[in-house]
Design a protein around this ligand. Structure first.
Ligand SMILES: Nc1ncnc2c1ncn2[C@@H]1O[C@H](COP(=O)(O)OP(=O)(O)O)[C@@H](O)[C@H]1O
Ligand SMILES: O=P(O)(O)O[C@H]1O[C@H](CO)[C@@H](O[C@H]2O[C@H](CO)[C@@H](O)[C@H](O)[C@H]2O)[C@H](O)[C@H]1O
Length: 461
């Protein structure tokens, strides 16, 4: 490995966006490197690297945005972002650091959208007629994110996709398909590159309108659940149920819009049974990695068997794919906007772009209401009163969401319980793996849902 690769091998595993946590990195290879902006030899430059990380049994690509400046000229406020010192080809040493924190560089990056020109295989693209407002620096969002987002004033969000999968990114694709919808943030541009060996351009980042003053759905929901449970009340009807119903209706409207603009199909009964087999396989894989899951496998298998027996064809279309409360924001006017149509970040793009049942998104959001309740219970394993009110909160909001979804024209979740239940278990199994790899202290949350079958009510027999 080169000097730079050695430095990245230490730095990359510590990043929130690195999805291979817990497995040692054996090799780092810089596959391509593009200088996106440069302020001359004495100033900073911003380099976009596509890096392949080799780990035992797997290999994945990441996008790394590296700043570089002459040694000893890193401003004090960027000191904490330093990665190391490298020799430049001219023999001068330069300090490299995480460029996402450098306001001078991020402001220059936005300017590249206003005057798009190719930079050695990397293209800055804007939608036809779009005039990008420049002059602001990117503020780094610091939430729990799989990607890295920069907010420019109150104008734009630039989301850089960290895990690089060759081809078009579904987040951009679906946001463009929904262009003009009041339920998404308008896409305005993107960065793409031709990766060696791939015919289609790969999306590396997306520029979208920023929605100022909006509140995160997860923050709103957990605050409401907490207020209810802190009051010790046994009132299931909470102030959030109105929001949950509106979210259900909005979800149904987004699904209809996707079905109007992108291909739809119907899965035969045999294909549904194959889908159930795939769920069984995912369960086996997850149980091998997280042994606590294995003891609940029979209950989960039962739900998959019910799903395999569904004797109706299943309508499919493009869906969100990783739908939860952290993917929706409530605007100042009280409506909902859906974000992050990327799908599950660890699944290949080809798989994520495959049409699926919209009930999969419904199941994702229902899981999220359970999560909000389960999250409250993390530090209080034996508090029965708290458990009762948290679970009642989740039930009330799940019901409100389903009601809103059906009222908004979506399939009535109540009438598709076997499908919904299987999707909920499948999501919970995904979550078990996600938490085991990223936030082990939250592992209890999906495990307990599975154990108590808080996941969707049983199918009446
Ligand atoms: N257009 C936007 N307007 C306002 N806030 C946004 C916008 N896009 C993203 N955000 C904020 O950034 C967070 C992360 O965005 P998201 O697209 O979900 O990234 P990730 O895929 O990394 O999770 C969101 O939860 C939201 O709070
Ligand atoms: O937002 P991302 O696309 O990065 O999605 C991943 O991370 C999510 C956590 O940030 C994870 O969602 C799980 O935790 C949420 C609470 O933090 C909860 O609302 C979701 O229901 C639960 O699935 C998501 O699964 C993962 O793909």
């Amino acid at each position: 490995m080169s000097q730079l690769e050695e430095l990245l091998a230490v730095w990359i595993p510590r990043q929130r966006w690195f999805s291979g946590k817990g497995i040692p990195i054996q090799q780092i290879r810089v596959e391509s490197r593009h200088t996106l902006v440069s302020a001359g030899p004495e100033g900073p430059d911003l380099n976009l690297l596509v890096v392949r990380a080799g780990q035992r049994g797997r290999s994945s690509r990441y996008q790394v945005l590296l700043g570089s400046r002459p040694s000893r000229s890193l401003p004090a406020d960027l000191a904490g972002t330093a990665i190391g010192v490298c020799q430049s080809p001219g023999g001068r040493s330069r300090v490299i650091y995480d460029a996402a924190h450098d306001t001078q560089l991020t402001a220059m990056l936005l300017e590249r959208f206003a005057a798009p020109a190719a930079a050695g295989g990397v293209r800055f693209r804007t939608l036809r007629g779009e005039r990008i407002r420049t002059g602001s620096a990117g503020r780094l969002l610091t939430g729990e994110q799989s990607n890295t987002s920069l907010v420019f004033g109150e104008d734009y969000v630039l989301k850089t996709f960290r895990r690089v999968w060759p081809g078009p990114n579904p987040d951009l694709e679906l946001n463009r398909a929904l262009y003009g919808s009041p339920y998404v943030a308008r896409p305005c541009g993107w960065i793409e590159a031709d990766l060696p060996g791939y015919a289609e351009a790969t999306t590396l980042a997306m520029l979208q309108d920023y929605i100022p003053g909006a509140s995160d759905g997860w923050v709103l929901a957990t605050a409401d659940a907490e207020a209810l449970t802190r009051g010790g009340g046994r009132e299931a009807e909470t102030s959030f149920t109105g929001d949950a119903a509106l979210l259900g209706r909005t979800t149904a409207e987004v699904h209809s819009a996707l079905a109007r603009t992108l291909p739809t199909d119907v899965l035969s009964v045999t294909a549904v049974a194959e889908l159930a087999d795939a769920m069984v396989e995912r369960l086996a894989m997850a149980s091998a990695e997280v042994p606590e899951l294995a003891e609940h496998a029979p209950r989960v298998m039962e739900a998959y068997a019910d799903f395999a027996r569904v004797d109706e064809p299943l309508p499919i279309q493009r869906v969100h794919g990783d739908y939860h409360l952290g993917q929706v924001i409530r605007t100042r006017s009280g409506g909902w906007v859906l974000l992050d149509f990327e799908g599950e970040p660890n699944v290949s793009v080809a798989e994520r772009r495959r049409p699926s049942s919209p009930l999969r998104d419904v199941a994702g959001m229902l899981r999220s209401f359970d999560y909000a309740a389960g999250y409250l219970l993390v530090g209080h394993p034996d508090d029965e009163e708290l458990e009762w009110s948290a679970r009642a909160w989740a039930r009330a909001n799940r019901e409100a969401f389903c009601r809103g979804y059906a009222d908004g024209g979506g399939a009535d979740p109540e009438k598709h319980l076997a499908v919904l239940r299987a999707f909920e278990f499948d999501k919970a199994v995904y979550e078990v793996l996600y938490e085991a790899r990223n936030r082990p202290h939250w592992l209890r949350v999906p495990l307990e849902s599975i154990a108590s079958a808080a996941v969707a009510p049983p199918v009446p027999r």
